[in-house]
Design a protein around this ligand. Sequence first.
Ligand SMILES: Cc1cc2nc3c(=O)[nH]c(=O)nc-3n(C[C@H](O)[C@H](O)[C@H](O)COP(=O)(O)OP(=O)(O)OC[C@H]3O[C@@H](n4cnc5c(N)ncnc54)[C@H](O)[C@@H]3O)c2cc1C
Length: 396
Amino acid sequence: MGQVSKEAHDVAMRVEAFVREVVAPYEQDPRCGSHGPTDELCAELRSLAKEAGLLVPHIREDGSHFSHLDTALILRKSGLSPLGPIACHVMAPDEGNMYLLDKVGSSEIKERFLKPMISGEARSAFFMTEPAAEGGAGSDPSLMQTTCRRDGNHWIVNGRKAFITGAEGARVGIVMAKSEEADSAGGACMFLVDLPDPAIRIERVLDTIDSSMPGGHAVIEIDHLRVPADQMLGEAGEGFKYAQIRLAPARLTHCMRWLGLAQRAQEIATDYACRRDAFGKKLIDHEGVGFMLAQNRIDLKACELMIDWCAGVLDTGDLGTTESSMAKTFVAETLFQIADRCVQAMGGTGVTGDTIVEQLFREVRAFRIYDGPTEVHKWSLAKKIKREWRDSQTDG
Ligand SMILES: Cc1cc2nc3c(=O)[nH]c(=O)nc-3n(C[C@H](O)[C@H](O)[C@H](O)COP(=O)(O)OP(=O)(O)OC[C@H]3O[C@@H](n4cnc5c(N)ncnc54)[C@H](O)[C@@H]3O)c2cc1C
């Protein structure tokens, strides 16, 4: 495994101080609602990060990215508060969307759509999932029902989407649709669109268990959206491939940010257990509580190592599809157990909104589903194991 560079280490330390001292005090701000912090609060936090020179801290001034391993440390520190990634502008879905546009976008697309995203002026949304009740794309993206067809030098898109994070208030949309054209039939296309657009109607913002992502998660109708052909990302029919390019690093950056929050939750639970008395001693001196915190310490380290291992694989240029799948599954499941133990160790206080421990519990519950539910990752890993076994039988 490689080493975190000194440059990244210094940035990470600055991010940590900024998040702890400047951002965390906003956690009880009334502008933090059930559909995420308001855009006004996001803008205020971003201007503070800009002042501190910590907006998109994993990208250097010349536009070059730190390595994935470096990014792991920086984003972990940003995650010490649920508002930290928003302030530093490394929050989902923007961070993954910026990565995708950087990798696949033409220079015109980068100039027009990516630039305002990097500067923090524009939020973005990624439109892939569709309503389950209508049999659309979910765990299985090949079920995609949203369609696109050529019309002169435009494409026409029609369909419905669900769970679109940040669609409310976003200025840039990346919309996925299945092609109806013979030369790209069965494949998907990705389009860059300016938002809001009257052809993209937000039906409702869902009430979900999590509350960290600005704009919440929307159900959307797309009715005769006309997109100029030069706003297609990459090639027609290659959309599922591009989704894979986005997916592995985006999964991993989620792990990095939530690990940061879990580390903070462990600090809060430790503080509680070391101060609180019960039955003649401090809670931490009761084995039942001390062991929970000890197990958390072990699990936090295991998550960190799993993330750094996968980041190292991505740094070799490998797509890291299997590794990110393994890391995402392990980290999401383990963080959920860590969060649960923090809540338990803190008794009633653990289930109140007085600390971020309760929010971590809710956020990581959702994380076990988005970016691929645990069972889907395991199912795909099992298929790989079987393939490898079959190959090993024919090799000899
Ligand atoms: C908070 C949140 C934010 C999201 N943000 C976005 C976004 O911005 N853009 C976007 O496009 N989508 C987004 N999603 C959607 C997310 O990607 C989907 O929820 C996810 O892919 C699962 O699809 P589904 O909900 O339709 O579940 P389903 O496909 O209906 O699956 C339900 C359950 O079935 C099980 N399952 C499915 N397949 C298998 C299998 N092969 N083997 C074993 N078990 C299986 C799993 O347990 C799974 O949880 C978000 C979801 C959430 C919860």
